[in-house]
Design a protein around this ligand. Structure first.
Ligand code: AMP
Ligand code: ZN
Length: 137
């Protein structure tokens, strides 16, 4: 995985503002933060995305999110955060090494959440059945 940006950060071949590290995961500041304290959390094992990652690696990354997020919030004076995953190019993933964004939020910071749309109950029912069948495979 020599040409993976985040693997190079793990290997110390590229600089990063590291804020936490253990034997399985690494957390460092996003260089283009949406707010102060915006932190990326990655597994030290390379995987492109959620599909490629092992459950073990995902759990390790989530344990790190659980451990550091409240501490990051305390440090920057935030009382809430969005946890982001851009999974796949169509979802906006640019760096192909699975990473979660911890994005501290502040009242009135100008960022907006997703906007849901109105939908017929029938369409929800059809979609739910389609998903149940896909998941059961
Ligand atoms: P995405 O793949 O869409 O989740 O976005 C990748 C994120 O990585 C962006 O928010 C970038 O600002 C961030 N990023 C890219 N290169 C670096 C780097 N060398 N160090 C820290 N963050 C980075
Ligand atoms: Zn990588």
């Amino acid at each position: 995985m020599n040409d993976c940006l985040f693997c190079k950060i793990i290997a110390g071949e590229l600089p990063a503002y590291k804020v936490y590290e253990d034997d399985r995961t690494l957390a460092f500041l996003d260089i283009h933060p949406v707010n102060s304290g915006h932190t990326l959390v990655i597994s030290k094992n390379h995987s492109r995305d959620m599909q490629e990652a092992s459950v073990d690696d995902v759990c390790a990354v989530m344990a790190t999110v659980h451990h550091i997020a409240p501490r990051i919030l305390a440090a920057v004076g935030s009382e809430g955060y969005n946890l982001g995953l851009n999974n796949g190019r169509d979802a906006g993933q640019v760096v192909p090494h699975l990473h979660f964004h911890i994005m501290p939020r502040f009242a009135g910071d100008g960022h907006h959440l997703w906007h849901g749309k109105s939908i017929e109950d029938k369409e929800l029912a059809v979609t739910a059945e389609k998903l149940r069948m896909a998941i059961a495979v």
